[in-house]
Design a protein around this ligand. Structure first.
Ligand SMILES: [Zn+2]
Length: 428
């Protein structure tokens, strides 16, 4: 494993790069770089005007373990830098809010009420409390834990008791002593962020009631490959999960995956249902073996499939640059719409700056007035759409393209078009 050369812009960022060159799952020092996306800023740490140019950038490289075939980032960034001030808010998307409501309903249907009602639930990485609030409305005693200090007041305003901390063995023991065991543990969109999986899963095993369920929703490596969603790779996601390595990991911690479902949310996710091994509470669904077979059929355990992903990512960069250069020559105004985390990866990969896109409109007020990290495209409120009337909007949140197009009927009626970058560049 060659040494990673740190080329961050701030000397104090040197300590923030935690690359160790070993597999986070099996420990083998046999990582093979399968996709090199260059250097990017931290996708959810959007600098304000005064801080532009001072923010650190880090190498962004996808690696596959030659021994256990798990796929992960080769370079990790210290969590304090990633999560201290977090701008992604679950409730900002109505699609996601509806999804989390239906997840709460699905959990209640599976666990059912006991003599003490639906019991206690803990949402790990609870963000602004959207899921916990839906759980609470159904009758769970809902709790949350999240390290982002700026989000805790939002969750508390919904009546959710929130711990500001990282989940792990020690905090799990403390919660069990203070609150009792949990019937339901949930981790939606946070499980791929966990570098230290052993302490985390020991905490899950510690805190879960016998007969309880641990439900994960995570972006799914099969979807990433099928959709060419390379822009969903950023530093927060240190793992790119598929079922087989996850099953082996869980088994080592006394946990058993008994069901799974593919979900259409975000860019496609996998919902995983787990319980204590040998609890006998629920039989293992045939869907688990079928999904493992689908992963092997897609070649996710082999390196060739990632070579193809790298070729497609290069085609997106070439075609997007060609389109933007062409529009500029024609005197057309192209702006961005939506500044999700993946905008940082796409902008950095394609070398986009304020010269290509003068601004990106985003409805989240926490992002307005800030800039894309490393590439410094201004993020503004959606009212800019009316004053400047762009000809084309580059949809960074391409997975919400349908919802966004429906939200902007006036833009469409006056002839505005959408530029969708992934899986391949197209204009609609
Ligand atoms: Zn490994």
């Amino acid at each position: 494993m060659k040494t990673v050369i740190n080329r961050t812009r701030e000397t104090d960022a040197t300590a923030a790069l935690l690359s160790s060159g070993h597999c986070l799952l099996c420990g083998a020092e046999e990582l093979e770089i399968v996709l090199d996306l260059g250097e990017t800023g931290l996708a959810n740490n959007l600098p304000a005007a005064g801080a532009c140019g001072g923010e650190p950038v880090f190498p962004l490289r996808l690696a596959r373990c030659r021994r256990c075939t798990h796929v992960q980032l080769a370079d990790r960034v210290a969590p304090e830098l990633l999560y201290g001030h977090y701008l992604y808010v679950s409730s900002a998307s109505s699609t996601l809010d509806r999804h989390l409501r239906s997840l709460a309903g699905a959990i209640a249907a599976r666990t059912g009420p006991g003599p003490d009602g639906l019991g206690r639930s803990l949402d790990i990485g609870c963000n602004d409390g959207t899921l916990a609030a839906h759980m609470s409305r159904l009758g769970f005693q809902a709790h949350g834990i999240d390290p982002a200090e700026n989000l805790a007041p939002l969750a508390r305003a919904r009546g959710i008791a929130v711990e500001v901390d990282y989940f792990g063995r020690e905090i799990a023991r403390s919660l069990r002593n203070r609150l009792g065991a949990m019937r339901v543990l949930t981790a939606t969109n946070s499980f791929p962020h966990i570098p230290e999986l052993n302490g985390y899963l020991e905490g899950v095993a510690e805190l879960l009631e016998p007969g309880g369920v641990f439900v994960i929703e995570a972006h799914y490596l099969l979807d990433l490959v099928e959709q060419c969603a390379f822009d969903t790779i950023y530093h927060e996601h240190c793992h790119f999960w598929r079922l087989e390595p996850m099953m082996a990991l869980f088994a080592r911690h006394g946990l058993e995956i008994f069901d799974c479902e593919r979900l259409p949310v975000h860019h496609g996710q996998l919902r995983v249902w787990a319980q204590r091994s040998g609890a006998g509470a629920r039989p293992v669904s045939g869907r688990v073996a079928a999904q493992c077979a689908a992963e092997r059929a897609a070649g996710l355990d082999r390196s060739e499939v990632y070579g193809e992903l790298a070729r497609k990512a290069a085609a997106v960069r070439r075609d997007l640059r060609t389109a933007l250069d062409g529009f500029r020559r024609q005197g057309r105004l192209v702006a961005g719409y939506g500044a999700p985390a993946k905008a940082s990866t796409l902008a950095a990969w394609c070398g986009l700056g304020a010269g290509d896109l003068p601004w990106i409109a985003d409805r989240n007020p926490l992002k307005q007035g800030r800039f894309t990290p490393g590439t410094h495209i201004p993020i503004v409120g959606p009212e800019r759409m009316e004053t400047e009337r762009p000809d084309y909007l580059l949809l960074f949140a391409w997975n919400f393209a349908e919802e966004i197009c429906a939200q902007l009927p006036a833009y469409r009626e006056r002839g505005g078009r959408f530029l969708i970058p992934v899986p391949e560049v197209r204009i609609v």
